[in-house]
Each structure stands twice: as C-alpha cells, then as structure tokens.
Write a protein that binds this ligand. Structure first.
Ligand SMILES: C[S@@+](CC[C@H](N)C(=O)[O-])C[C@H]1O[C@@H](n2cnc3c(N)ncnc32)[C@H](O)[C@@H]1O
Length: 338
C-alpha cells in the first residue's frame, strides 16, 4: 500500500524484511575470513569465532593448535611463520587479518636480547609483510605497549598509514569486564576507501563492569584438585621458601586479593600466583588453570585438553588476549563493517 508516495508495510512484511536483512548479515559475516597469525590458544580469535566469522589460525605450537581446534575456534593450521608464508587465493583481499606476534622482544621482563637482537623479532616483521602483501579490509595487531618505542615498528606503521586508516589504544582488560588489570596495545588499520576510520572502532567498543578476583573465582575456593575440568595446580611444597618474594611485591610474585582485579601475570608454573586465601587460614597454593582462565575471562566451556602439559597451559593463558575484550572488539567490527 502507498501513502503520499511512500510504501506502507504491514507488521508482518516489516518482520520479514528484518529477518531477510539479518540473514544477509549472517551470511556475509560467515563468508568473511579472519586470519589469525600467531593464534596461540585462540584468545583473540575467540570473539571473531563467536560472532560468526570464519576463522583460520596459524601457529607453530602443536599444543596451541590442540587447544584452538579442541575448542572449535576455527581451523587451526600448524605453520612456522618465519620459514613459510600463509597462502592466499585470488579474491582473498576481503579478509580480516588479526594477530599477536610474540612480545618477548619488547617485554619489560626480558632485559637481555631486546628488540631486533631477540630471535623472535622477525615475527612482527612477518606480520607487517603479510599486511602489505594481502592488503586486508582490516588488520588488528595486539602486543605490549612498549612495541611503539621500536623505531622499525614505527616506520612499518608509517608505511601502513598510506594504505590504511590507523589508530591505537592501550586497553586495560578490567575496563571491559575481565578480572585482570593486564594492559595490552591494540593497533587497528582499516583499508582506505572503506568509509570507516580506525578510531571509530575504538570509540564504539562498549566498556564493561570491572570485575574482581572474587567475582571470577569465589565459587571454586572449596573445590578440590581436579574435581572440575582444568581445576589443577602444581604442588606448592616449595611456596613457603619464596615468602620473601611475595612480601617484596616484585613483578610476578603475587598473592591475589579477593576484592581487586588480578595484576597481570606471566607463566604461573614459573612464578606462582597464589590463591587469595594463601597464608591466611585457607589453602596455600597457586591458582589453578581454571582460575587463571576465569580471571582472563574465559568461560567454563573453554577447556584445555589433558594432553597439554600443565606449564604449557599456564604459558598459553599468560600469552592470550582476554576473550571478554575480543568478543566486544569482534562485535564492534561486525556492526561497523556490515
Ligand atoms: C602472544 S602468543 C599469541 C596469543 C594469541 N593471540 C591469543 O590470544 O591466544 C604468540 C604465539 O606465537 C607463536 N609463535 C612463535 N613463533 C612462531 C613462529 N615462528 N611461527 C608461528 N607461530 C609462532 C607461539 O607459539 C605463540 O602461540
């Protein structure tokens, strides 16, 4: 029906049109490939996968890919990216490339072999080379904030600026709803001509209620070792020997506090991050793998298979992007892009 030249749609017609639009968006997202370089256990990919993108992850670690594939994040492929390229087919320029190359060359914990002296330095170079070769719709790079102090990386970004709208932010995961105050640098590039600025993405990512250690793991405090999936921790026989480190507050030696977010932690099998009840009438022990996953924002449906050794599990969690943030990031990309 027409009224003053306008098409008037009935309630059912409007609902049908909305359903068609939703279906079109879902199929467009499902067709859009996300390539995760250095995908690890899939923290960064997690959000894109849950938002319906087709994710392909590349990593050289057998254990990381085991976790990636076990949790059905996408198709995980084992590849040493320093010795072989990711192959793309014609028409693949409509991809999104994401990735968190190893951060050891700029990590404040690594005082020797910094920047280009570090054997993993070329991973970041590979990331940029892939961006220049493929010219994706969007790229998202995650790393430690000190990456931006590296002059070679700054030059690579300058070059990227001629083809992409660029923006960067240091993100504190606690501001987005994870129970950790870990901070990470995110750089976003959107190909010129797409009618979007990278700043728009950061501006539109919704913040979340900051969470504490209590919010994340309180219900597990009386659950015994291995009584839940991944609720395991290393033997704490030597913990008392390190008491002076815990008192010093040195990086990596923390007893968590119930009503604060957890500080950023590394591999818990190396520097034990202790449960808040430690030395306080409760059990004195490192936090379990499940507790570490919860603090980072992984849901209990995310599982690390038993074949992965305990120290590798802790290492991968320490390396991962918080899925609470990756979910919001992916949702925003989807909303703005489509
Ligand atoms: C910081 S982690 C990535 C974490 C991931 N983005 C996440 O959110 O879970 C870096 C990853 O790079 C991988 N890696 C290191 N050197 C590599 C190489 N030469 N080729 C492929 N992957 C490599 C490591 O195995 C590790 O999983």
């Amino acid at each position: 029906m027409r009224f003053k030249g306008k098409l008037l749609l009935s309630y059912y017609e409007k609902r049908l049109l909305n359903a068609i639009k939703r279906f079109e968006i879902i199929t467009m997202v499902a067709r859009m490939n996300v390539i995760d370089l250095f995908c690890g256990m899939g923290g960064l990919s997690y959000g894109f996968s849950r938002e319906g993108f087709q994710v392909m992850g590349f990593d050289k670690s057998e254990h990381a890919l085991l976790a990636f594939n076990f949790n059905r994040i996408g198709r995980g492929i084992r590849k040493d990216l320093l010795t072989s390229e990711v192959e793309f087919e014609e028409g693949d320029e409509d991809v999104i490339i994401i990735g968190g190359p190893p951060c050891e060359p700029w990590s404040r914990l690594n005082l020797r072999k910094r920047c280009f002296r570090h054997p993993l330095y070329n991973c970041i170079i590979h990331f940029f080379k892939t961006i220049f070769r493929i010219n994706p719709v969007i790229f998202i790079l995650e790393n430690v904030p000190d990456l931006l102090k590296d002059s070679t990386v700054c030059k690579l970004l300058e070059r990227a600026g001629s083809g992409f709208s660029l923006a960067h932010r240091v993100i504190c995961y606690n501001h987005y709803g994870a129970a950790t105050s870990r901070k990470r640098l995110f750089i976003i590039g959107i190909r010129h001509g797409y009618g979007l600025s990278a700043e728009d993405i950061f501006e539109c990512i919704p913040r979340g209620e900051p969470r504490t250690v209590r919010d994340a793991i309180w219900d597990l405090r009386h659950v015994n070792w291995n009584e839940r999936i991944n609720h395991v921790w290393p033997s704490a026989r030597t913990v008392r020997k390190y008491m002076r480190y815990y008192k010093s507050g040195k990086y990596g030696w923390y007893i968590l506090e119930w009503d604060k977010p957890s500080p950023s932690f590394g591999n818990i099998a190396k520097t034990y991050i202790l449960h808040p009840d430690s030395f306080n009438g409760g059990q004195t022990r490192p936090i379990s793998v499940r507790e570490a996953l919860r603090i980072m924002g992984f849901p209990d449906s995310y599982r690390l298979p038993p074949e992965i050794p305990l120290n590798v599990k802790y290492e991968m969690i320490a390396d991962a992007v918080s899925p609470v943030f990756s979910l919001k990031l992916a949702r925003t990309v989807k909303k703005l892009l489509l």
